[in-house]
Design a protein around this ligand. Structure first.
Ligand code: ATP
Ligand code: MG
Length: 138
């Protein structure tokens, strides 16, 4: 069993897509074992995306991620890191496959509705960034 961190980004929450994203996880046999709504300040968003510090889009991305509430979840299942990224679709929604969350709803390469951990190492760091052990069920 694997775990991964999912975030419904500020655009997804503001556009009322929280239920839609959760439905996609549940209907694809992905178990939600922790969930909460958070509102990051800039420093917290910078800490979360520290791996992207040198990228040209870092300041825009961290401003966006701290612009409003996000819903963050820990997902559990077999191969759930890859499975979640498959459901999300490519970073750039124009390259994402039909039927993926980003293809269906994203409007922008940055404002792309969801985040998902990309490796066991990032899943472990990112899960611990938002949740302590008492908040994770299972
Ligand atoms: P995420 O980490 O959010 O799940 P990802 O792994 O598909 O997305 P990354 O390369 O890790 O993509 O980029 C992190 C986030 O930074 C993207 O989801 C997007 O919001 C933003 N981003 C990535 N590339 C660009 C870009 N070229 N211009 C603007 N924003 C970008
Ligand atoms: Mg990433």
């Amino acid at each position: 069993m694997e775990r991964t961190l999912s975030i419904i980004k500020p655009d997804g929450v503001a556009r009322g897509l929280t239920g839609e994203v959760i439905k996609r996880f549940e209907s694809n046999n992905i178990k939600i074992i922790a969930m909460k709504m958070i509102s990051m300040n800039l420093a917290q968003a910078e800490g979360f995306y520290a791996v992207h510090k040198k990228r040209p889009f870092f300041s825009s991305l961290t401003e966006f991620m701290s612009s409003g509430p996000c819903v963050t979840m820990v997902l559990e299942g077999e191969n759930v890191i890859a499975k979640n990224r498959e459901l999300m679709g490519a970073t750039d929604y124009r390259e994402a496959k039909e039927g993926t969350i980003r293809r269906d709803f994203a409007t922008d390469i940055e404002k792309n509705i969801v985040h998902g951990s990309d490796s066991p190492e990032s899943a472990s760091f990112e899960t611990g960034y938002f949740f302590n052990s008492f908040e994770i069920v299972g």
